[in-house]
Design a protein around this ligand. Sequence first.
Ligand code: 5GP
Ligand code: ZN
Length: 142
Amino acid sequence: MDSDCIFCKIVAGELPCTRVYEDDDVLAFMDIGPIIKGHTLVIPKVHVDPLTSVPDELLATLIRIVRKIAGAQMKGLEADGINITQANGRVAGQVVPHLHFHVIPRFENDGHSWNWNARPYDSPDEMEGLASRIRSGLPMEI
Ligand code: 5GP
Ligand code: ZN
């Protein structure tokens, strides 16, 4: 537990939350500032951040629960669709530095739109150059 972390405090019961699901490793609870009502957070109970530092097995557990919550929103809330988002770093909009997945129910005409501004590459070479740099960052074994 990180004593400065609000999500660790929620896990420890030192701060309240509205629980949706809990097991030994994972807690899902309602986001206090929903983008769409029903917006749920899925977090590991251990303090871990960012995504790149999570052990594979825990990540597999988390994403399995994310999918269950998404299904539960579709069934229980009659959501028409779901967005899953996950931010790493302040520059990416992360405010709470404890790994969390946002599971956001979407409804026809819910009024929300992502500000997704596509910015094309200047040339195919530029795109290939960036792909090459990403490939060079991949581990030898995946
Ligand atoms: P981030 O911007 O880090 O990806 O998302 C953090 C999320 O945590 C935000 O959507 C915010 O509304 C939510 N949040 C922050 N503090 C609390 C809290 O004390 N309780 C709950 N339930 N959600 C919180
Ligand atoms: Zn934490």
